[in-house]
Design a protein around this ligand. Structure first.
Ligand code: PGA
Length: 236
């Protein structure tokens, strides 16, 4: 399966940063065998869209659970399609924690994305406490069961992002990633891409990408530095 690397810029960058950043990573993107997606904040989608003649694809960091209407602050899947967005991150742990997003809400968001032809990137993963209690597999299985209800799993991307690994510089061991990804694979089948996310960077990317059932990376902080992100791309 072709590897997929997604830059999750979170709430960073402004319009002046975008073009220089993309120019700097472009040679690595062109030389890479991976699919590369940039997921900026909503206001920057049109700026990145202006650069899409390059072999890059556009992702959004969220999508509304509603298709259109009186939903102030929401962005509909159809509006994302208008911006040439191909992927939408759904259920990132920061949204689950800061905006109380549930598996059921994520399910609605993914259904709207799929109806519009956008591939959802469904983020799942256990907290530090759940890991300590040995609940990792039970937690991700529940997130998958509830979040992917009535959804053709071959149409989604799953990103395994242990909450305790996000932004901390700490990652699971290769064995832990392999075990969890194997459990996810059993549920989503052979055709869904399964990404790893959580402190993935230019130093550990090659090793993580070699683990069985790791089909790519969802990269946060290391995707904000063009040199670091370019070296991650170069590992594929
Ligand atoms: P990080 O974030 O790479 O900064 O840990 C990853 C993510 O939250 O998607």
């Amino acid at each position: 399966m072709k590897k997929l690397i997604i830059a999750n810029w979170k709430m960073n960058m402004t319009s002046v940063d975008v073009v220089p950043f993309l120019e700097e990573i472009f040679p690595s993107v062109e030389a890479s065998n991976a699919d590369i997606v940039i997921a900026p904040s909503f206001p920057l989608l049109s700026v990145v869209r202006g650069q899409l003649e390059k072999p890059l694809m556009l992702g959004a960091q969220d999508v509304s659970a509603f298709s259109k209407g009186a939903y102030t602050g929401d962005v509909a899947a159809e509006q994302l399609v208008d911006m040439r967005v191909k992927f939408a991150i759904v259920g990132h742990s920061e949204r689950r924690a800061q905006h109380n997003e549930t598996n059921a809400l994520c399910n609605e968001k993914m259904l709207r994305a799929l109806e519009a032809g956008i591939t959802p990137v469904y983020c799942i993963g256990e907290s530090a406490e759940e890991k300590k209690n040995g609940e990792t597999l039970a937690v991700v299985k529940k997130q998958l069961k509830e979040g992917l209800k009535n959804i053709d799993t071959s149409k989604v991307i799953v990103a395994y992002e242990p909450v305790w690994a996000i932004g901390t510089g700490v990652t699971p061991t290769a064995e832990e990633i392999e075990t969890t990804h194997a459990a996810i694979r059993k549920i989503v089948g052979a055709h869904a891409r399964i990404l790893y996310g959580g402190s993935a960077n230019e130093k550990n990317a090659a090793e993580i990408l070699h683990i069985t059932n790791v089909d790519g990376l969802l990269v946060g902080s290391a995707s904000l530095n063009s040199h670091k992100f370019a070296s991650i791309i170069q590992t594929v």
